[in-house]
Design a protein around this ligand. Structure first.
Ligand SMILES: Cc1cc2nc3c(=O)[nH]c(=O)nc-3n(C[C@H](O)[C@H](O)[C@H](O)COP(=O)(O)OP(=O)(O)OC[C@H]3O[C@@H](n4cnc5c(N)ncnc54)[C@H](O)[C@@H]3O)c2cc1C
Length: 458
């Protein structure tokens, strides 16, 4: 239990009259500190829930005046690595009350307030026939996702979501609000696009939108018994798939639960899902080799682009999870055999899913105008996730996830994807060497003293 004494911090104490602040022992502390990933036990010195940019600035000033550091957090989807550090000198700044979005349909941009969820942005954009490079889950926040790169089902055609950021407004370590874009504060603008929450509190993000009112997307689903056919076929297919195609393959296990639809409840499955940015005939031709494997369920069709947020079936409520991740190169026969040995016949019990997210295309190409993370090398992002409702389940789930990642180590690349990294890791592995060095230099200049505590520290 943290031992922070607010009476030793007059600045923070004074702030309690103006901003929602929860301290250990307060009735609201436990609810306020609980992230989306409810397996994560984060215990900061205080939790602040500002309702305006002025309150964000006041919290930052009060915290630093008290010798405390500040951890911005929007939803806590990515809280795992943060809570692996001692937080007893950290004010957790939760941005859940700072939301909103404005769409400019002519400029095709969205201006998104700091803690806004993707579902709000996509609902607003879709009213104008537009969408954005969102990820698979509706309730992930735009901020943590784009600041960590952001892999979407539009990714192989349009690149990382971070490259779609046009400008940001940031509350700095001294409480000042600054605007950053390609012309104004260019170092800050470069660093936040991939550098996570290490530079300041991002209170507004201007994003380029994508011109899709609808999209050919969906999922194909087989019983897990078909893994030995489907995984090699998908690996072959993805090797030559055009950049207009971004898909994921998962081997999934669902417990028997009445709230799940019968095709999921109590089932072990192989699922391929994603999007194809092409007309219906072209898309149908592209997907045909996978359809030829006679999936039990095939939902690929033209859908409103807003519904792409639902295709991946991510948990709609806060969920306790643990996991592990690596980036893989091409999957040869030996790699697929190693994967099947671990997941195809159920020898990695306890995992909710093992996922291969297809990278490449524009995801793999550096952008001249991009920021600290403008591309991700590699062919597949491997992500293994277990549901962990108890500490014992967390230990078992982590071991299961590690074992799959270890089994694939002969095909792993050195880099990591920030948004897929659920454990404390060497952040240097997330960036090219020169970008990493520049990021650390910019952080030292713009956020001296490591005032901001991000889930992936620099
Ligand atoms: C169910 C699920 C599905 C996912 N799907 C995808 C996917 O398809 N593609 C993908 O790339 N990732 C995906 N992710 C990973 C997700 O993008 C990351 O966990 C991301 O960091 C979440 O952002 P957040 O703001 O919601 O989470 P948070 O945990 O609140 O934020 C993560 C970090 O971002 C920084 N941060 C957040 N908000 C701010 C802010 N306003 N100012 C400054 N720093 C800030 C902080 O450093 C914070 O520690 C998924 C995660 C889950 C759990």
């Amino acid at each position: 239990m943290t031992s922070f004494d607010i009476t030793a911090s007059p600045a923070l104490e004074a702030l309690r009259d103006h901003c929602e602040i929860h301290l250990p022992g307060d009735d609201g502390y436990d609810a306020a500190r609980t992230p989306w990933n409810v397996a994560v036990d984060q215990r900061p010195a205080a939790v602040a829930i500002p309702r305006s940019v002025a309150e964000v600035a006041a919290v930052v000033r009060a915290a630093t005046a008290s010798g405390l550091r500040v951890a911005p957090q929007s939803t806590g989807h990515g809280a795992g690595p943060l809570a692996e550090r001692a937080l007893d000198d950290v004010v957790l700044l939760r941005l859940s009350a700072l939301t909103g979005v404005t769409i400019d349909p002519v400029a095709r941009t969205a201006t998104v307030v700091g803690g806004t969820l993707w579902q709000e942005v996509i609902a607003a954009a879709s009213a104008h026939g537009l969408t954005a490079s969102h990820g698979s889950a509706p309730d992930v926040a735009v901020a943590g996702y784009v600041l960590g790169g952001g892999l979407s089902f539009y990714g192989r055609e349009h690149g990382l979501a971070a490259n779609a950021v046009r400008s940001v407004d940031v509350v700095r370590h001294d409480g000042a609000l600054v605007h950053a874009d390609a012309g104004e504060n260019p170092d800050l603008f470069w660093a936040v696009r991939g550098g996570g929450g290490n530079l300041g509190v991002v209170v507004s993000i201007e994003l380029e939108l994508l011109p899709y009112a609808d999209v050919f997307a969906g999922m194909l689903l087989w019983d897990r018994e078909r893994a030995a056919d489907v995984i090699p076929a998908w690996a072959r297919w993805s090797r030559t798939a055009p950049e207009s195609v971004t898909t994921s393959l998962r081997v999934m296990s669902f417990p028997p639960l009445p709230e799940l639809p019968p095709f999921l409840s109590g089932r072990d499955l192989v699922v391929v899902d994603g999007a194809i940015l092409a007309d219906d005939d072209t898309a149908a031709t592209i997907i045909e080799p996978l359809r030829a494997l006679r999936p039990e369920l095939d939902t690929f069709a033209r859908i409103p682009s807003a519904d792409l947020l639902l295709v991946h079936m991510d948990p709609p409520v806060p969920t306790p999870t643990v996991g592990d991740h690596s980036v893989l190169g091409d999957l040869d026969d030996a790699a697929i055999a190693a994967l099947l040995a671990h997941i195809g016949d159920g020898t990695a019990p306890g995992l909710m899913f093992t996922e291969l997210r297809h990278l490449g295309g524009a995801i793999g190409r550096p952008s001249d105008t991009g920021g600290a993370l403008s591309h991700i090398p590699g062919v597949y992002g491997l992500l293994c996730v277990a549901v962990a409702p108890t500490p014992q389940a967390a230990v078992a789930g982590r071991a299961a996830a590690f074992s799959v990642v270890r089994a694939m180590s002969s095909w792993s690349l050195p880099n990591l994807i920030p948004t897929f990294t659920e454990n404390r890791a060497e952040s240097g592995r997330m960036y090219d060497g020169e970008d990493w060095a520049r990021l650390c230099t910019v952080r030292d200049e713009l956020a001296p003293g490591a005032v901001f505590v991000a889930n992936h520290a620099l």
